[in-house]
Design a protein around this ligand. Structure first.
Ligand SMILES: [Zn+2]
Length: 137
């Protein structure tokens, strides 16, 4: 399993994470699935409406509807969020909220520099997948 991200979009997702710190950022990843690969072609930066946004995130239902409408031609391939103060390891809550086996769950950590990891929950088990950031030029 792998998640493929073109570098210009990766830079934008990273910029979103940095701009929201010390709060967690969150968003949808869109594109298509090919076999074991989720290929990102678009992302949508969501507002984090959780009352404790430094340690948690939740999506706004209104924005979720907007994404579904605006990107109905694309597949939702996953969700990303940031960990401004911890490593890119899914919390209990993160694990519990992985509902769809096809989704990549990307976590971007800003703790002591940038690191990241992506996970999928297959048969109720959270597994890590590789993340490839590639140059489009
Ligand atoms: Zn988390």
């Amino acid at each position: 399993m792998q998640l493929l991200i073109p570098s210009p979009l990766w830079e934008q997702i990273l910029a979103h994470a940095k701009s929201q710190a010390p709060k967690e950022c969150c968003g949808y990843m869109l594109g298509r699935s090919e076999g074991e690969s989720n290929i990102l072609t678009h992302f949508y930066a969501m507002s984090n409406i959780h009352p404790q946004p430094k340690e948690h995130f939740s999506f706004s239902p209104a924005e979720q509807l907007k994404v579904l409408r605006e990107f109905s031609h694309l597949q939702i391939i996953g969700i990303y969020h940031s960990h401004p103060h911890s490593k890119p390891i899914p919390s209990q809550e993160d694990r519990a909220f992985m509902f769809f086996e096809t989704y990549s769950n990307l976590i971007i950590s800003l703790q002591g520099g940038i690191s990241f990891a992506s996970y999928r929950k297959i048969n109720q088990e959270v597994q890590s997948e590789s993340v490839k950031i590639y140059n489009t030029l």
